[in-house]
Ligand binder design. Structure first.
Ligand SMILES: *Cc1c(COP(=O)(O)O)cnc(C)c1O
Length: 356
């Protein structure tokens, strides 16, 4: 069977050349006599793999030495608890409620400290990024945002700037959009959207924020302990880190984050341009905040939505169904989705519209 165009929000498509490299290195990686999956995480050969992955991450995001890069477990969700446990010194933090994951992060943090929801678009089904200006607390331990809202298809066009360190859940647009790392105290991301396979979380933390974890913080969640142990306090997701490194190498060959961002913008523009001129389909996110990673749209009729998803699947375009909480359609067009896939999607939308 041929490969399909997979528009899944996560786990998501991986670049084909990466999958081929993984295959080549099975069952034997280089001269190891075994695969990466079977290798000790304490072996020099594996150390070289994790060091290489970190170096690529640093190069792609221009991460200076004043930040630590950690490879952790538990996806992004684990960090919803780790963030307050590592940063909640004074016991109060600001959260911007821009989507379901942002809401979940705040809910988890509320178990450990006082959460100020400084702005929310929940009442409007999160179709935009709410306005935080003039609402931030100068004494907060940190301000938490979700840079790209995977379910609703919105992203920040401007980053909040306040006294408190900015903590960002960047799960669905890390490595897909360029950011100035110096604006952030902490960035974390589940790997399965734009980094590599699921089950891994990459966390970037400014080193001056280390050393303040709560005594109750479990040691696997303690960033300081993890940094001191090179992300090997216990056995890390060795294979996931290896595949993430291959994805990063592929991304470097595409011109890095700046190079792929241009392509990502082109892909998104192609889709939004079609949707804005369509008589059948409408984009759901407010124009100003439209994500370039997750494009959400509807026909306005549930049966027609379902018919389109089915028709698209018959054309080899899969996982276009919107999140169960919002319905409609969502095309997740992360780095590994080639421009040809988006072109094919537009053709398919046109064909459906012609017959509707
Ligand atoms: C997917 C996603 C998550 C959840 O990630 P897990 O790795 O499943 O924990 C959290 N935040 C955002 C923004 C996401 O897109």
């Amino acid at each position: 069977m041929e490969r399909v165009y997979n528009f899944s929000p996560g786990p998501s498509a991986l670049p084909l050349p990466v999958l081929e490299k993984v295959k080549e290195a099975l069952p034997v990686y280089m001269d190891a006599g075994m695969s990466v999956m079977e290798m000790s995480h304490r072996s020099p050969m594996y150390q070289a793999i994790i060091d290489d992955t970190e170096a690529r991450m640093r190069s792609l995001m221009h991460i200076p030495d004043t930040y630590a890069v950690l490879f952790l477990h538990g996806g992004a969700t684990m960090q919803f608890a780790s963030v307050p446990l590592n940063l909640g010194i004074k016991g109060e933090a600001d959260y911007i409620d821009s989507g379901n994951f942002a809401h979940g992060a705040a809910g988890e943090a509320a178990k450990y400290l006082k959460v100020n929801t400084v702005a929310s678009s929940r009442e409007d089904t999160y179709t935009y990024i709410p306005d935080w200006k003039g609402k931030l607390n100068p004494d907060a331990d940190y301000l938490h945002i979700t840079t790209n809202n995977t379910i609703y298809g919105t992203h920040y066009v401007e980053l909040p700037e306040g006294n408190a360190p900015l903590v960002a859940d960047m799960s669905s647009n890390i490595l897909g959009e360029a950011y100035d790392i110096n604006k952030f105290g902490v960035i974390y991301a589940g790997a399965q959207k734009n980094i590599g396979p699921a089950g891994l979380c990459v966390l970037i933390v400014r080193k001056d924020l280390l050393g303040h974890a709560s005594p109750l913080c479990p040691k696997v969640l303690n960033w300081t302990t993890q940094a001191e142990n090179g992300s090997m306090l216990n056995t890390p997701n060795t294979f996931g880190i290896y595949v993430a490194g291959l994805c990063m190498q592929w991304l470097q060959e595409q011109g890095g984050v700046e190079g792929i961002e241009k392509v990502n913008k082109e892909k998104a523009a192609m889709l939004y341009d079609f949707l804005d001129n369509s008589k059948v389909f409408t984009a759901t996110a407010k124009k100003e905040f439209r994500s370039i990673m997750n494009v959400t749209f509807v026909t306005g009729d549930k049966e027609k939505d379902a018919a389109f998803v089915k028709f698209a699947a018959s054309q080899g375009l899969v996982n276009l169904k919107g999140h169960r909480s919002v319905g409609g359609m969502r095309a997740s067009i992360y780095n590994a989705m080639p421009i040809e896939g988006v072109k094919k999607l537009v053709e398919t939308l046109k064909a459906f519209e012609a017959n509707a």
